[in-house]
Design a protein around this ligand. Structure first.
Ligand SMILES: [Zn+2]
Length: 199
């Protein structure tokens, strides 16, 4: 892959827009590093960090089209819910409209978000769940953040961490099994008639 200087600039812009997903104390350093990076190094940087999808494409559209791997929780025809890779709390989820110009204020989006919130509450038992809308790379996103009360700042989750969390969240709740009793209740051979009650 050979990047033109325009492409390199585009990628830098995309990276800078993603700064918000890094821990606060590292943002300044990362920003400096990106801004001062010569175009020739951008290519190696994106290879090293497996950011090849960043070209001119929106990373969320890339997730939706399965070009970028993600940890999915729920999906319907218009929305996809994935785990945030730089979460603020355990279960931090992004709801992505499948269209880049999609709507996060529609009733469908709200119902989908409620379903996610319900799932997170059921599986992770947070104290509360916060919901907010935002745009990254111009792609509208609904963020669902379970709050446990001990969160401090975002961290970079590992694939293993996200995979096991994904399994925990999407695992169906096992119904309690009740042993079926197959005893045959035999009818008594003789039915005794009770004497009429005397009041
Ligand atoms: Zn997009």
């Amino acid at each position: 892959m050979v990047l033109s200087s325009n492409e390199a600039e585009d990628i830098k812009k995309h990276l800078l827009k993603k700064l918000g997903s890094f821990p606060q104390d590292k943002r300044e350093l990362i920003k400096e590093k990106i801004e001062s990076m010569p175009d020739t190094e951008v290519e190696d940087f994106i290879k090293e960090n497996k950011l090849t999808h960043l070209g001119n494409q929106c990373i969320f559209c890339s997730i939706i089209s399965n070009k970028t791997p993600s940890f999915k929780i729920l999906e319907d025809k218009d929305y996809l819910a994935v785990l945030e890779i730089n979460p603020f709390s355990k279960g931090h989820t992004l709801i992505l409209p499948k269209s880049h110009e999609g709507d996060i204020n529609s009733n469908e989006a709200k119902n989908f978000a409620k379903e996610i919130a319900r799932l997170l509450v059921e599986k992770l038992s947070p104290k509360e769940v916060k919901m907010s809308g935002l745009k990254i790379m111009d792609h509208p996103i609904l963020e669902i953040i379970p709050i446990f009360g001990d969160e401090k700042e975002r961290w970079q989750a590992t694939d293993e961490e996200l995979k096991s969390l994904q399994e925990e969240i999407i695992k169906p709740i096992q119904p309690v099994k009740i042993e079926e009793k197959k005893e045959i209740i035999e009818e008594p051979a003789i039915l005794y008639k009770l004497p009429p009650r005397i009041p």
